[in-house]
Ligand binder design. Structure first.
Ligand code: SF4
Length: 885
């Protein structure tokens, strides 16, 4: 009998429910949970591929101390002793924890309790600082508490959806699917996208406003002024429930005098801007969704408040179908905010700055001490390591050498740090080489606890696989270390359920201070009740709608208008660095790819790091699409393949955040990104770094497809990826050391006796070699100095098809068969449908996404590729492939 476990997806903040089914033979399949309120059965491409990310290969399965595998007692004793020694010599502020929105709430709760209540420092921050701390600051200023006052039902009930700085179709695909479904039921629903890039989300909008990078405050100040001048103020609401409107309006009027002035600064067509303003004014039910495009800015908090101001002015908040909606990036960013994972928070939405709050939490914890003031935010925390003020850091479930801005400085800081402890579930990432102590953590399928998604639903993540090797849950590791540091009383938890109970009970203390965070209804659960817990939304009491009574969490109960002064990003382009680098996610990868890159179907959509640019900027740099390009800023550089997708405005580049040294040489975009942060929130300006680009001069390039992955040849650049039954390695370089038969013999010695089909033309620098065992392809190497390379799709398909036919063998070194079309880059990850097949279907008469679905199945499962299908249909031809194959 197979066993089905209800759990949650570990990726984005939509927080989809997942049914994981384990067969008698141990095979795992995953599908959407039709009963989960976040997704109602839907999953995106990443969620659907979860089963393919499982398995022990590449896992960290045993703790290590100073490079030696050890048992847990040794590792935990060493961790506790070295942290204690550091504190004894340098004080509690010499140690820090850097944690993650990937942690479960129970893990987060223990980490925060240990640091703030027992070590007595607030030196704990989280990678959530990088994606949503500006929203936290905006909420705290406006509402007096970090509360998202909207949920997914409101999104479906809205008549106008304004998506600001959010590529929802790629970054929160299931929420986009819900919006699409709502539009199908109610075609009158309008969607406006505000984003410099013409993203897949913008393609689906009724109106796209490609504003100038960083001009969001100007735009929303302009809207505020216009709404006030048009008589759209909800005076009753403003008078009864808000403060600060006059000063905020006056501040907005300084620069945003009228539509013309606003449009000019924002680089927008005044008529389009007016169209948006009119729609906003005329629509009662407006939800403004915003994400990293707003938050990741030196003016992030002001951008958030400029949006909230418009909702306060019109009274469009805390009622059905309206309000400002911050969509979180990570699966448990919200849970981290609830327990105080940020260095600027205490716990249970209470404040580190408030002595009464500190006293109340210390009393509840019965802890020996309490942090007296906020600690350093993520970028400052690593700067403090670099300068030697922090001498021991424990990094849990995150990869800062890739994900932080000015990432080479992070590398240097960790190199210098006397004690680096890393807890992770993988054996290899860019941060682990710096660890003196490695702690083997449980992975998604092995963990038990809760997460909170973007709309305040707390869901159970349930274990459905046994712990592999010596891996242990993060909360267990933290509790063990805490006890060995001498804190026996506060950390004697035997289960995640016991920790959740303490967290839920602490919210009763928060309620005494008027906080909306209320999980009291979930306190006191037995182990069985915790295990059976269905998703619950806080506030658990009443109708789950925060501020529905018009009372906010500020001392006077009024929401605050916050004057937001329009200012542009800190670093303007210069003659030396004339372009702006924007960064973000792609559809099928997650963070630094440590998990998603294990799933072949997720690697097919974008197999290489790329830089997207306007054709005019590529031309100015002398770069053709498909060539390698180096992007350089004051802080560092990276290499990727150039493309011109049509999404980018002139003067702006886009590079994904995902690639690390595990998957490509020199492709960490974090090394390029400037370390400027928002003064209030500490969130980095990931969306705006002045850069230049230049062509990477190469003399040879090629690829290897092989059943086993191999180390890259020495050269200027490489990128590797895992496909179905094969690995793909792309490379390029200069000089005489181009990969050849000798290199392949050393890379794959087990194929020494394999059959060879070979072609070499030293005159033009071409070399092609296929290695076969009987009629199965084992490896295929293709190198050229001056010529073309074949597409990779057909060759890659031979690794998972049956025995080669004579026609296949004859075509091997050509890399293509005349009678078999190469599929092109994958668009639909679920059914492996490529661009060329879709193009052929369009040319064959399929003029709608539904028609393509009928013919090719593309877009009929998770739906994440539908925006791209729409784009291909609209273009009536396949966009130029930026990556080969
Ligand atoms: S939208 Fe996709 S990545 Fe996000 S939680 Fe749902 S299935 Fe996971």
């Amino acid at each position: 009998m197979s066993v089905i476990t209800r759990t949650t997806c570990p990726y984005c903040g939509v927080g989809c429910g997942v049914l994981a089914e384990r067969s008698d033979e141990g095979a795992i399949t995953v599908r959407g949970d039709p009963e989960h309120p976040a997704n109602l059965g839907r999953l995106c491409s990443k969620g659907i591929a979860l089963a393919a990310t499982l398995g022990e290969q590449g896992r960290l399965l045993q703790p290590e101390v100073d490079g030696l595998a050890v048992d847990w007692d040794t590792a935990l004793d060493a961790t506790a002793a070295r942290l204690n020694a550091c504190i004894a010599e340098h004080g509690p502020d010499s140690v820090a924890l850097y944690v993650s929105g990937q942690l479960l709430t129970e893990d987060y709760y223990i980490a925060n309790k240990l640091v703030k209540g027992y070590l007595g420092t607030a030196n704990i921050d989280t990678n959530s600082r990088l994606c949503m701390s500006s929203a936290v600051s905006g909420h705290l200023r406006a509402f007096g508490e970090d509360v998202v006052p909207v949920d997914y039902d409101d999104v479906e009930a809205a008549d106008l959806l304004v998506l600001v700085g959010s590529n929802l179709a790629w970054c929160h695909p299931v929420l986009m699917q819900r919006i699409q479904a709502a539009r199908e039921k109610r075609p009158e629903v309008r969607v406006v996208v505000i984003d410099p890039r013409r993203t897949a989300t913008a393609e689906m909008a009724d109106l796209h406003l490609p504003l100038r990078s960083g001009s969001d405050v100007m735009l929303f100040n302009g809207l505020l002024v216009w709404l006030a001048d048009q008589g759209c103020t909800d005076s009753a609401f403003v008078c009864a429930h808000t403060s600060g409107m006059a000063a905020t309006l006056a501040a907005a009027r300084v620069a945003s005098t009228d539509i013309q002035a606003t449009a000019q600064v924002c680089g927008l067509d005044p008529a389009q801007l007016q169209e948006f303003f009119v729609q906003f004014a005329a629509t009662e039910r407006v939800v403004t969704l915003f994400s990293q495009g707003v938050n990741q800015s030196s003016a992030g908090a002001d951008k958030v408040n400029s949006i909230i101001n418009c909702h306060l002015l019109t009274g469009r908040i805390a009622r059905q179908g309206m309000g400002p909606f911050s969509i979180t990036g990570q699966p448990n960013a919200m849970g981290g905010r609830e327990v105080g994972g940020l260095s600027t928070q205490l716990a249970a939405h209470l404040s580190l700055d408030d002595a009464q709050h500190r006293e109340a939490v210390q009393e509840f914890w019965n802890s020996p001490r309490m942090a007296a003031e906020p600690g350093p935010k993520a970028v400052d925390l690593f700067n403090a390591i670099d300068t030697g003020h922090i001498k021991a850091v424990w990094i849990i479930a995150t990869n800062p050498v890739v994900s932080l801005p000015d990432a080479d400085r992070v590398k240097r800081a960790l190199q210098r740090c006397p004690l680096v402890i890393v807890s992770d579930c993988v054996a290899g990432n860019d941060t682990l080489p710096f660890a003196h102590i490695k702690l083997a953590a449980a992975g998604w399928a092995e963990k038990d606890g809760t997460v909170t998604n973007s709309d305040r639903h707390v869901s159970r993540q349930r274990q459905f696989l046994p712990l592999p090797g010596q891996a242990r849950p993060d909360w267990w590791i933290l509790c063990e270390v805490a006890q060995r540091m001498g804190f026996r009383e506060g950390f004697q938890f035997a289960t995640a359920a016991q920790i959740f109970d303490e967290h839920a009970r602490l919210t009763a203390v928060a309620r005494r201070f008027g906080r909306q965070l209320d999980l009291q209804g979930a306190a006191g659960l037995s182990a069985e009740q915790y295990d059976a817990m269905t998703p619950l939304q806080w506030p658990v009491a009443a109708d789950h709608r925060p501020f529905a009574d018009g009372r906010f969490s500020t001392p006077d109960g009024r929401a605050r208008f916050i004057p937001a002064v329009a200012r542009m990003p800190r670093h303007a382009p210069t003659a030396e660095f004339p372009l702006i680098l924007n960064t973000g996610r792609i559809r099928d990868q997650w963070h630094t790819m440590t998990r998603t890159a294990r799933a072949p179907q997720l690697n097919a959509h974008e197999p290489e790091p790329f830089i997207d640019a306007h054709p005019q900027d590529l031309e100015a740099a002398g770069v053709a699409t498909g060539e390698l390009v180096r992007v350089t800023a004051r802080w560092g550089s990276a290499i990727a393949r150039a493309r011109a997708s049509g999404e980018m405005p002139a003067g702006m580049l886009f590079m994904p955040i995902h690639w690390s040294a595990q998957f490509a040489l020199d492709a960490r975009v974090g090394a390029v990104v400037n370390p400027v942060v928002d003064a209030l929130s500490g969130e980095p300006e990931f969306k705006h770094t002045p850069v230049r680009i230049e062509r990477v001069e190469i003399e040879w390039r090629g690829f290897l497809l092989s059943r086993r992955g191999v180390a890259a040849p020495r050269g200027l650049w490489w990128a590797s990826t895992t496909g179905e039954a094969m690995h793909r390695l792309e490379f390029a370089g200069r000089g005489t050391a181009a990969p050849d038969a000798q290199w392949l013999r050393e890379a794959l010695p087990e194929l020494d006796g394999a059959d060879r089909i070979e072609y070499a033309d030293p005159g033009v620098g071409s070399y092609r070699l296929a290695l076969l065992a009987g009629n199965t392809l084992q490896a295929c190497l293709m190198v050229t100095r001056n010529g073309a390379l074949p597409a990779r799709g057909w060759l890659a398909s031979l690794f998972c098809s049956g025995p080669l036919t004579i026609s296949d063998r004859q075509a091997l070194l050509r890399g293509a068969r005349a009678d078999v079309a190469d599929p092109g880059a994958t668009v639909c990850a679920c059914f492996g449908v490529g661009t060329r097949a879709i193009q052929a279907a369009v040319q064959g008469g399929c003029s709608t996404v539904a028609a393509i679905g009928q013919r090719l199945k593309a877009g009929t499962n998770c739906g994440s590729c539908r925006p791209e299908l729409t784009r291909i249909i609209a273009a009536s031809s396949v966009p130029a492939a930026a990556t080969p194959g």
